[in-house]
Design a protein around this ligand. Structure first.
Ligand SMILES: [Fe+2]
Length: 308
């Protein structure tokens, strides 16, 4: 990882899997091509060069692509940089280690996400989540977009914060172990992943966000990975689809077919309500006790001073 590459004036060779941030090619004063990029992972970033005649690798890299490299570090102007000798596109590495530091996530979110995943017990569910996180088209936007336009968790990366909160609450609510608990935790973690199509990385609502139901998009986006779960655990695939769509689905019933669905709905309401309330009162004067958001939503901030 980037943090393990020690500053050293002597040349130190290292290899590893990183992401390339904004790779582009330039020319030296003598007209030779060279590539400049920032190698990033969750621990930090490092400027990296690929020199014509010395660099062996693809020239058409895209931003945040995963690569495996062999490089030599050196110190330049007080910073540790490196020269890349070889580079290959990669599907490897731990997706949590490869979260770009440039995403500026809250410091505790990645460890909390890691803990949720580490505590899953059912191999088929763990494999499913691993596949989702290895899918850069899903996982990278999942880390970047807000959970809503202005109601709750509306900051960039808000969707991850809301998802981690929901999954953590569900894990705490359900003391049982095993299949149904793991399904509920994963459903809570991914219940809003359809929102990656509703917002861009700057938090602006997309056309899909205005027109489509995000639960429908959640199923669509997870479909390739649900198909994999169907292979290893057919009822698990159906159950996860049910938990992701229970509230908006055609078979909406007052009592869900899987009781753990209640925990997901409750965690979703708690997480969004608490954040919304905090957001509303953060700008309000101290004396204000009530805040009305809409005709049906009124929040109360009690006084905590006691007489004894
Ligand atoms: Fe939600």
């Amino acid at each position: 990882m980037i943090i393990d590459i020690q500053p050293d004036k002597a040349c130190t060779q290292f290899k590893g899997v990183f992401r390339v941030c904004q790779p582009h090619w330039r020319k030296t004063q003598k007209g030779a091509d060279f590539m400049v990029t920032n190698l990033v992972d969750v621990t930090g970033g490092m400027t990296a060069y690929g020199w014509e005649g010395k660099y062996d690798g693809p020239r058409d890299l895209i931003d945040l692509e995963r690569v495996e490299i062999v490089a030599t570090s050196r110190t330049f102007n007080g910073a540790t940089i490196c020269d890349i000798m070889s580079m290959e596109r990669s599907g490897g590495g731990n997706p949590l280690d490869l979260i770009p530091c440039t995403f500026m996530l809250n410091r505790d979110l990645v460890p909390r996400l890691s803990k949720i995943i580490d505590n899953l017990e059912i191999p088929a569910i763990r494999a499913f989540v691993g596949e989702v996180m290895n899918d850069d088209k899903l996982f990278l936007p999942f880390l970047q977009v807000p959970a809503s336009g202005r109601h709750h968790h509306s900051e960039p990366t808000g969707l991850l914060r809301h998802s981690v909160e929901c999954a953590t609450m569900v894990a705490k609510m359900l003391e049982l172990h095993g299949h149904e608990r793991d399904l509920a935790i994963v459903a809570a973690l991914l219940h809003d992943i359809g929102k990656i199509k509703c917002f861009d990385s700057l938090g602006k609502r997309t056309v899909s966000g205005y027109v489509l139901d995000h639960d429908m998009l959640t199923l669509e986006l997870l479909a390739p990975h649900l198909a994999g779960l169907d292979e290893s655990w057919p009822d698990g695939g159906v159950a996860l689809r049910y938990l992701l769509t229970w509230r908006s689905g055609k078979r909406k019933m007052s009592v869900p077919l899987l009781t753990v669905a209640e925990a997901i709905a409750c965690a979703d309401r708690l997480s969004s309500g608490l954040d919304h309330k905090e957001q509303i009162f953060s700008d309000a004067p101290e004396w204000r006790r009530f805040a009305r958001i809409s005709a049906n939503t009124l929040y109360w901030r009690p006084r905590w001073e006691m007489n004894c």
